[in-house]
Design a binder for this molecule. Sequence first.
Ligand SMILES: C[S@@+](CC[C@H](N)C(=O)[O-])C[C@H]1O[C@@H](n2cnc3c(N)ncnc32)[C@H](O)[C@@H]1O
Length: 164
Amino acid sequence: MLRLRRPENLFRYRGFTATNRYPRIFGFIQQQLAAQPDVRLLSFGGSTGAEVFTLRDYFPTAFIKGIDINPRSIATCEHLIRFADFERQVTDFARCLKDGGFCVIRHTKFRFADTHVAAGFEPVLQVVRKPPDKTTPLFDRNNCRLMDAVYSDVVFRKCLGSYG
Ligand SMILES: C[S@@+](CC[C@H](N)C(=O)[O-])C[C@H]1O[C@@H](n2cnc3c(N)ncnc32)[C@H](O)[C@@H]1O
């Protein structure tokens, strides 16, 4: 759409991005700002957000804002970090599952344990990745990044009479 509309202020319309795309540049800025207390960063043209998440790794306490002219990219990004959607989805799974049934949840950005519905499940299998999987950052109920968090519960069994 943007390619066709070509708004005046459009720079690059292609939205390609990737996690840690410019390690040398990020590392350089990290060094330069090491002694600075209130770091504020802008990812201008951040596409679907990989750059913002990468910057969070380099600057755990900084204020980071990402903007993009493409509403589709923004929508994708927002979708990536909404706990409410995750909770709604797994609650629906739980509703459909019979007592004693298994639910397998892997590579999500949120922890099943943080949902209300998890109280009706017991974790029955953990998968520990070594080294820890850095490609799937974890977020809490408030969509805030959990730095260095590792979550290994993967298979859950629905407790008898726990739901509905
Ligand atoms: C190639 S992507 C770069 C993504 C990321 N910064 C990276 O390097 O991985 C360029 C992005 O800039 C956005 N863009 C282009 N013009 C813009 C403008 N005037 N304001 C905000 N974003 C813009 C595009 O929508 C696109 O997502």
